[in-house]
Design a protein around this ligand. Structure first.
Ligand code: PA5
Length: 433
């Protein structure tokens, strides 16, 4: 199977190859620090070996997923941040939006990732009188957004199918011992999965946090895991920095940052990758953005956003670089038809596929942006499948961790996330705030 490849030729007029290779070699020290657990945040390195360790749990995860798929046609995944973005990213990549959001005959809904009252009311309305499943995910077990959503959805489910019956429709993924969700799950008798102590939310896609919802969507988690194993061998286990795409990517990012390219825009040309970028933003934003440092991660869906952000990218402040998710082959083939009248003058494209036009849009955009002063890193994905997405996520994780070390921060904590929470609790009148 073809692997993901990094193409940085469109960065070379901004930074030179020699500096990239020196920085990547320096990245090897960071990688070794990760592997020897001698860097910052070394209590949170459980994710590093998950590709090789998670297979042990795969049977249990697949069994639970099958049980849920057989119990109802809809599953609601409740979680926020790292407790939902990994599964949302992978599930969205395979969901047909025109099949009522169903994937492999099952509908996966997400809740608890915001406090939008209209959204939750509409969801409760949609699920009224219906049998459904809940996968509730919270490492701390105390996060407000998912806790509120769970309270509402659990009540509705119990009203719909009865309290006793509801027990078999709920799975909780949380800490091994502590937190309100652990207590509730044990008291009620829900099936549970554990989020390991040494894996932080944004690095948890390869734990039951990501894998159970993904399996519940009928997606092949073994292929996904095998992609991460493959990428571990070319990144984590690769001693040749010049051939290590995670170290090269981290090196380029940091060299560009030093040249005041403070914003990285992850760009896709295929809308089903939108949530991969949302996951990536959390990964890099929470890992690097601290102590006044870090690249600000943003994302864009092209060609859509070329008609909104395109002007700024081309001509605005020269502070943006792009990382493009470039997909070689689409899963479908759609040919542009010939039209007798040809009023739109598009007959020169008749017989060509839509993806051919998309590819030319991508190539043309990259040329224009590079000429306009925007460095572009390209990540070539042979196609969008489970194996490739596994590779991609693990590539980003290794790269992010070593890049955080290069910046001198602890990539595995998120102290800044607490600030809004204490204000919110004080404003809500919670005891102790
Ligand atoms: O990366 C993180 O740690 C956060 O984004 C958390 O994933 C998020 O806040 C959800 O936390 P919890 O799983 O404890 O509910």
């Amino acid at each position: 199977m073809k692997n993901i490849e990094l193409d940085y030729s469109d960065c070379l007029q901004f930074i030179n190859e020699k500096d990239i290779l020196i920085a990547a070699e320096n990245g090897m020290n960071h990688l070794n620090r990760l592997k020897s657990k001698s860097g910052k945040g070394n209590d949170f390195l459980g994710w590093l070996n998950l590709p090789n360790e998670v297979m042990i749990e795969t049977n249990k995860i697949e069994k639970a997923a099958l049980r849920l798929r057989n119990s109802a046609n809809i599953s609601v995944v409740i979680g926020i941040g790292g407790s939902y973005l990994g599964s949302k990213a992978v599930i969205d990549a395979f969901t047909n939006p025109f099949d009522n959001g169903k994937i492999n005959g099952h509908q996966i809904l997400f809740a608890g990732h915001h406090l939008g009252e209209d959204y939750l009311s509409n969801m409760l309305n949609y699920l009224s009188g219906v049998s459904f499943n809940i996968i509730v995910i919270s490492k701390s077990g105390t996060t407000t957004e998912p806790a509120i959503a769970f309270r509402l959805l659990k009540k509705l489910l119990e009203e719909n199918i009865g309290r006793k019956e509801a027990i078999d429709h709920i799975v909780a993924i949380t800490d091994k011992n502590k937190g309100a969700l652990r207590t509730l799950a044990e008291e009620e008798g829900y099936e549970t999965f554990v989020i390991p102590d040494d894996v932080g939310g944004r690095f948890s896609a390869l734990t039951p946090v990501g894998l159970l919802p993904i399996a519940c969507a009928g997606i092949d988690i073994r292929q996904f895991i095998s992609g991460t194993i493959e990428m571990a061998s070319v990144t984590r286990d690769n001693d040749t920095s010049a051939k290590n795409p995670a170290l090269i990517y981290a090196a380029i990012r940091n060299l560009l940052l030093r040249k005041n390219f403070n914003i990285e825009m992850l760009v896709n040309y295929n809308p089903q990758l939108h949530f991969i970028a949302e996951w990536w933003k959390q990964l890099f934003g929470e890992s690097e953005g601290k102590e006044g440092r870090g690249i600000f991660p943003v994302s864009a869906d092209f060609t859509t956003d070329l008609h909104s952000l395109g002007q700024y990218i081309q001509d605005g402040q020269r502070i943006i670089f792009e990382t493009v998710l470039s997909v070689d082959n689409c899963n479908k083939n759609l040919v542009i038809p010939k039209d007798e009248r040809n009023l739109d003058k598009l007959n020169f494209l008749s017989g060509e596929s839509v993806s051919y036009v998309n590819k030319k849009a991508e190539e043309g955009t990259i040329m224009a942006h590079v000429k306009g002063g925007v460095p572009v890193i390209k990540i070539d994905l042979p196609e969008i499948n489970e194996h490739v997405l596994g590779q991609l996520l693990y590539l980003f994780e290794i790269s992010c961790a070593t890049s955080g070390y290069e910046l001198g921060v602890n990539p595995f904590d998120q102290p800044g996330v607490e600030a809004y929470k204490s204000n919110m609790f004080r404003l809500l009148g919670k005891e102790g705030y």
